[in-house]
Design a protein around this ligand. Structure first.
Ligand code: GDP
Length: 304
């Protein structure tokens, strides 16, 4: 498993035949995507969640993704700390991913890793990512439950949440509730939810907000209950939503794979085609234009 995971990062094309074979064995794990700005307590909370899941005799894999990190593979600092704690537990597996695909895409790599862990039989897979940007949103959307973490007193954070994260969060946690201001943040978030109701954007599952402290463990049991409630909501009450999520997920993945492959092929043409410089020169002189050149490269148009 570890060898295949490394292959996915280093030589995705070599890993692909294995991933094809594994596909029919996937779809059993329950995926939880977890995101929040640096320092909100994701690592601490993941550690707590691992502990709670293990108490329930569930096996857990964690995929920690940092799209901004230049490091490749291996264990990042936070993981080393966590790994020490769970190192002797065969029911826990933690993996960091920081490399992008050859052409900038991260999702296919994350998807590949998750697929392997799923086929390996882990009951719960936590996909942890830093920040609240588009990359993170794409990544946490791989999961069935999207879990967003914030902390009291981050004015900007609330803005970011307003801007989009609220749309995707199934569960929000206000962590560090042992610190002042948690109640106020909770109220702000709740009033935002109320507003969504009035603007008609109420969802099938209105996001639930819980107040926790990864440090003291306060609110942890409520968080576990909420995570389970969302899982049961999807699996028992709304299998149609679950199926729709899976469809979206595979649509995105297939598009990502096509995008990667198209760019790879076109780039290959560029490096091997001796007429490329000449054709580019024609764009510079105005004899050709970049739009036509792009169409030519895609094969939509016969090359002149
Ligand atoms: P991450 O960057 O989101 O993974 O955050 P970490 O888990 O590394 O936590 C960042 C810092 O916040 C660390 O110093 C933690 O000890 C601290 N921290 C995490 N959870 C809590 C909490 O519930 N209460 C308090 N007071 N500090 C916390």
């Amino acid at each position: 498993m570890a060898r295949l995971l490394r292959l996915i990062e280093d030589q995705p094309e070599v890993a692909r035949p294995f991933l094809k074979q594994l596909h029919p064995h996937t779809g059993k794990a329950y995926l939880i995507g977890l995101t929040g700005s640096p320092g909100v307590g994701k690592s601490s909370l993941v550690d707590r969640l691992i502990g709670e899941f293990r108490k329930q005799n569930l096996t857990v894999a964690v995929v920690a993704v940092d799209p901004t990190s230049p490091f490749s593979g291996g264990a990042l600092l936070g993981d080393r700390v966590r790994m020490q704690k769970h190192a002797t537990d065969p029911g826990v597996f933690i993996r960091s991913l920081a490399t992008r695909g050859a052409f900038g895409g991260l999702t296919p790599a994350v998807q590949g890793v998750v697929q392997v862990l799923d086929a390996a039989g882990f009951d719960r897979i936590l996909i942890e990512t830093v920040g609240v940007g588009q990359d993170e949103v794409d990544i946490v959307r791989l999961a069935q439950t999207t879990f967003v973490i914030t902390v009291p007193g981050l004015g900007d954070e609330i803005q970011a949440i307003k801007a989009g994260i609220m749309e995707i969060a199934d569960i929000m946690a206000v962590n560090k509730c042992d610190r002042p201001g948690a109640e106020q943040t909770l109220q702000q978030l709740n009033s935002m939810l109320e507003m969504n109701k009035f603007t008609g954007r109420e969802r099938d599952w209105p996001p639930r907000i819980v107040k926790i402290s990864a440090r003291t463990g306060e609110g942890l049991s409520e968080l576990m209950e909420t995570l389970e409630a969302h899982r049961l909501f999807l699996t028992r009450e709304r299998p149609d939503l679950l199926a729709a999520k899976r469809r979206n997920h595979f649509t995105e993945l297939v598009l990502d794979l096509v995008k990667e492959e198209t760019i790879r092929r076109v780039q290959q043409t560029l490096t091997t085609d001796s007429s490329w410089e000449e054709r580019l020169a024609m764009v510079l002189t105005g004899e050709n234009d970049p739009y036509t050149l792009a169409e030519e490269l895609l094969g939509d148009r016969e090359m002149e």
